[in-house]
Design a protein around this ligand. Structure first.
Ligand SMILES: Cc1cc2nc3c(=O)[nH]c(=O)nc-3n(C[C@H](O)[C@H](O)[C@H](O)COP(=O)(O)OP(=O)(O)OC[C@H]3O[C@@H](n4cnc5c(N)ncnc54)[C@H](O)[C@@H]3O)c2cc1C
Length: 540
């Protein structure tokens, strides 16, 4: 009898897991259960005016590349898709996922409107799942839901995080769903949090036609990274290359911090040394750019941790609203009822007395409810594989400091099917390694919640998975030294791990200026010394 694999949840993580499972586990029976009636997950219903923070080029799956790394931005156009053509606008990512599922014929393996309500390991070492089938929203039925139990050999949990925001108790009304359209008007609203969701919600609420008063409450600073960089005016994603990312994290934290402050203080100098082409120069941005940069600097300077030890916020358009006074930045709440707040960077409290509080302070995992509290996220090696139960996996709960989630999910999905196909070397000491990893994770990301999510630096993390899977883009793996140099200098992408016979060779443009490349090469010997010292201290 063939073994059975169940994928729970089918947004981008579930879809990519299904694709690799069908490719690699040909003698398995594979099925994905999706609670909603769509396969596009949380990206399938973005608010109007949505622009992604990671680029199409870096976010697409390496096994289904539709977008290149050329910059086509045209600021003279009024249309958003011309102003941000390198990013997913409105429903574009949902459309990409639809195309992906159709291209690989995935839909026939997905049961929509089927929620996995319970997951439990049985005495045979298999998994018992409780399913509840609900009627699709467009079908009238008085049956409610029907229940079913199934058994399977392995499970991959892909239930996502975005639908489970952490709750907050306040005296004012607390908004729990973010699909409010333009129904909130003439209100005093405090959005709590400094992440991308928080600033996006604050922007929507601060639209001039809504007449709301909007405050953004951040306990400490925010690391704001620009979507488009002053160097050459290209997406920041395109300047991040493997050479830059090959440096020791400590060294990157120190040098990177200096560079970020320099960028905020001397934007014009950078723009003059590394000019963008004409189409990318904006005159409208210049008007409030100075105030935006001052706020970015203030927020960055009071950020609570080193540059690459906390999440970066690339939804930087909110700084325009701050500069124009539509969003006011304040500190944390000074009373438990969220009526009074500190002024930003001060111990003086002020009365705001909001009508509405919008919490955007992170996510609560659904794992506890799904497994009756029996399985904890912290027991997943690399945020992927359970250390006790080798047939239980998670995809998509990794959160990159800078980067994107779908292409990390792709690496995780590949890792899991390699594991199930027994293509990975088993280690007998996984618990010991996991324990050491956890200590390091909790030390490094001490200010982040590591109980529900696994914070990572995207490429060092993907490199680790790639090394285990034997697809690290080393000099030996590349077709030629020239190809190796191109890979090191062109925009970093997970496609570099798939740079084998099946994939076209890397022909992306190189945006990183020669001067910066030379400076990095000069710094390289220092990096080697630091790495050697770290290895020696680990051995001793
Ligand atoms: C508006 C918006 C913009 C974003 N922009 C970016 C960006 O620019 N870059 C980036 O990297 N990330 C972005 N994200 C983050 C996004 O969460 C991830 O990139 C990624 O798409 C998550 O995919 P997922 O499949 O893991 O989770 P989801 O997309 O949330 O999918 C999970 C699926 O599981 C289903 N499910 C849940 N529980 C069950 C159950 N018990 N049984 C069956 N099915 C279940 C849900 O219905 C859902 O369809 C954005 C998110 C949102 C909401």
């Amino acid at each position: 009898m063939s073994k059975k694999l169940v994928i729970v949840g089918c947004g981008s993580s579930g879809l990519i897991t299904l694709k690799y499972a069908l490719d690699e586990l040909r003698d398995w029976e594979i099925v994905a259960y999706e609670a909603s009636s769509k396969i596009t997950g949380c990206w399938g219903r973005p608010p109007s005016g949505f622009v992604s923070t990671s680029t199409k080029y870096t976010t697409q799956f390496a096994c289904y590349p539709l977008y290149d790394a050329h910059v086509r931005r045209d600021l003279s156009s009024a249309s958003r898709s011309f102003q941000y053509p390198e990013f997913f606008c409105d429903g574009e990512y949902g459309e990409y996922l639809e195309k992906f599922a159709n291209h690989f014929g995935l839909k026939k393996f997905i049961c929509l409107n089927t929620k996995v309500s319970q997951l439990r390991r049985n005495s045979d070492g298999k998994w018992d799942l409780q399913l509840s089938h609900v009627s699709p929203p467009d079908v009238q039925s008085d049956q409610g839901s029907t229940e079913e139990s199934i058994v399977c050999d392995a499970v991959v949990i892909c239930t996502g995080l975005a639908d489970a925001p952490k709750p907050l108790k306040a005296e004012a009304k607390v908004l729990t769903r973010l699909d409010f359209g333009d129904s909130i008007r003439n209100q005093k609203v405090v959005v709590v949090g400094g992440g991308e969701s928080a600033v996006d919600v604050a922007r929507r609420l601060a639209g001039p036609s809504l007449n709301n008063q909007v405050w953004l409450s951040v306990r400490t600073g925010i690391r704001v990274s620009p979507r488009y960089h002053p160097i050459r005016g290209v997406p920041s994603d395109f300047l991040r290359n493997r050479l830059l990312l090959s440096f020791d994290a400590g060294l990157r934290n120190v040098v990177g911090q200096r560079f970020v402050e320099f960028r905020m203080r001397f934007r014009k100098v950078l723009q003059r040394i590394f000019p963008a082409n004409k189409k990318l120069r904006s005159s409208t941005q210049e008007e409030n750019q100075y105030v935006r940069d001052q706020w970015a600097l203030r927020l960055t300077e009071s950020a609570k941790d080193s540059l690459f030890n906390m999440y970066h916020n690339k939804s930087d358009d909110f700084l325009g609203d701050v500069a124009e006074g539509r969003i006011r930045i304040i500190g944390g709440n000074s009373d438990p009822s969220y009526r009074r707040f500190y002024a930003f960077g001060s111990s003086d409290a002020m009365n705001i007395d909001p009508d509405l509080i919008v919490p955007a302070i992170g996510y609560a995992s659904q794992l506890k409810a799904l497994t009756n509290g029996e399985i904890a996220f912290r027991d997943f090696y690399l945020g992927i594989r359970h250390i006790e139960y080798p047939s239980l996996f998670i995809v998509g709960m990794t959160r990159p400091i800078i980067g994107n989630i779908p292409s990390i999910s792709e690496m995780q999905a590949r890792y899991i099917v390699f594991h199930l196909a027994k293509r990975l070397e088993e280690t007998a000491v996984i618990k010991k390694i996991h324990h050491r990893n956890r200590i390091e994770l909790e030390r490094r990301f001490a200010n982040l919640d590591t109980t529900n999510v696994y914070p990572v630096e995207m490429f060092p993390y993907c490199d680790q998975l790639a090394r285990e899977m034997g697809c690290f883009p080393s000099l030996r793996k590349q077709r030629s030294p020239i190809q190796y140099i191109r890979t090191a200098l062109s925009p970093a992408t997970t496609m570099h791990y798939f740079n084998d016979k099946e994939m076209p060779s890397n022909s992306s443009p190189i945006f990183s200026p020669l001067l910066i490349t030379l400076l990095l090469l000069l710094l390289k010997p220092l990096d080697w010394v630091i790495r050697a010292c770290r290895s020696l201290s680990k051995v001793s």
